[in-house]
Design a protein around this ligand. Structure first.
Ligand SMILES: [Fe+2]
Length: 381
């Protein structure tokens, strides 16, 4: 067995009502709290009222789209001018990634480029940031459990990476996802499923993340169709929230694969929801990886067989049976072709070149050449 390490947020609390219950702890960190949330600030009303009643002074930043390096710089300035002593990130992946980045950088730098990979200097963070609580309101990205923040820069998405990006507290309150629209429920749900399948089959998989992936896949498959039919079903929402958390823990420790390798440059070029891209690519990536592994009779096929059994709930499931379940979920969610988001055929070579260098691609169980990547994108158009 290969050696491994495993990191996670300082504390994880899970359950209906835990959002409200976590506020006294957050208030103890500081009297001055920066809230980073999504476009609809009214969804944070319960949190603002709760912290206000505990005597906190709050500055609010509303993040309407996936965060850029400039957004991060601007919110850093707000945090410093306000004298924030703690950060709460409440929302989907955009709000959580931005909140984590600001919390981590605030005591150290005025310029995110000092610490960004690829486009910046990539300097390691010298120490802990402000205490940060991450409270997801969707069930997809798992950003509450990861040690990176994704920021957009010059038509690419890059990460700020550090153990100091891990939130001090992750609060997963499934009730907060009640009311999430159907398309967002579906796309974020398939993002989470992708983030469970890719670490399970990753070349960096480890026994801890394998257990998390197996548990998450079963919950994801059984509850995504239920939540799509009835968004008020709290048991289904709970399964999806847990699957998302498990996916974040898994990907942070065992990495991802070709779906996320391709999604990174696509997300940098087009205003396509990350989950919608993952949903479109997942069945095609399964086919491409399985075909490449079969050509070499690669031991990585065992994990795909494992995944097929988990997806179908059948001990005799074949690889095609597993693919059929993914395809059915992808169809159920509704996944427009990538042309819907503005991609055209001539974009494919550049996207493949960027994808082959993406950090997510490194976990893929087998190397796919640019021709294989181009075939996936061609079919996904
Ligand atoms: Fe993802």
């Amino acid at each position: 067995m290969n050696g491994f390490e495993f990191s996670a947020p300082g504390r994880i609390v899970f359950g209906n009502g835990t959002g409200l219950e976590s506020l006294p702890e957050i208030r103890k960190w500081s009297e001055r709290i920066l809230l980073v949330t999504g476009s609809d600030v009214s969804r944070a009303g319960w949190l603002l009222d709760g912290l206000d009643s505990l005597g906190a002074t709050i500055a609010i930043h509303s993040q309407a789209h996936e965060p850029t390096v400039e957004d991060c710089g601007e919110v850093l300035r707000i945090a410093r001018a306000f004298g924030a002593g703690a950060v709460v990130a409440l929302g989907g992946g955009s709000a959580i990634d931005l909140g984590k980045a600001v919390a981590a950088l605030a005591p150290h730098t005025e310029d995110p480029m000092d610490h960004l990979e690829v486009v910046g200097k990539g300097l390691p963070l010298p120490g802990p940031g402000l205490p940060c609580a991450a409270i997801p309101t969707t069930a997809g990205t798992g950003a509450e459990a990861t040690r990176n923040s994704v920021l957009a820069a010059d038509e690419v998405k890059v990460s700020l990476r550090s153990p100091h990006l891990l939130p001090r507290l992750a609060v997963i309150d499934p009730f907060l996802a009640i009311g999430l629209p159907k398309d967002q429920t579906g796309w974020t749900g398939l993002d989470a499923l992708t983030q469970l399948l890719e670490p399970l089959t990753s070349r960096f998989a480890n026994p801890i993340s394998d257990g998390f992936c197996r548990e998450g896949i079963v919950r994801s498959v059984r509850s995504l169709p239920v939540a799509l039919l009835d968004g008020m079903d709290i048991e289904a929402r709970s399964d999806l929230a847990l699957a998302s958390l498990l996916s974040g823990l898994a990907l942070a420790n065992s990495r991802l694969g070709v779906v996320h390798g391709l999604a990174a440059p696509i997300g940098g070029l087009f205003a396509a929801p990350h989950g919608a891209v993952c949903a479109r690519l997942l069945p095609l990536a399964w086919k491409a990886n399985v075909a490449a592994l079969q050509r070499e009779n690669h031991p990585g096929l065992d994990k795909y067989r494992d995944a097929a059994r988990l997806l179908t709930g059948q001990s005799t499931a074949t690889l095609d049976d597993g693919l059929a379940v993914i395809q059915k979920l992808s169809n159920l969610v509704g996944t427009p072709g990538l042309a819907h988001w503005g991609m055209i055929e001539s974009d494919i070579p550049g996207l493949c070149e960027r994808a082959s260098k993406a950090s997510s691609m490194k976990g893929n169980p087998i190397e796919l050449d640019e021709g294989a990547l181009a075939d996936i994108l061609q079919e996904a158009l």
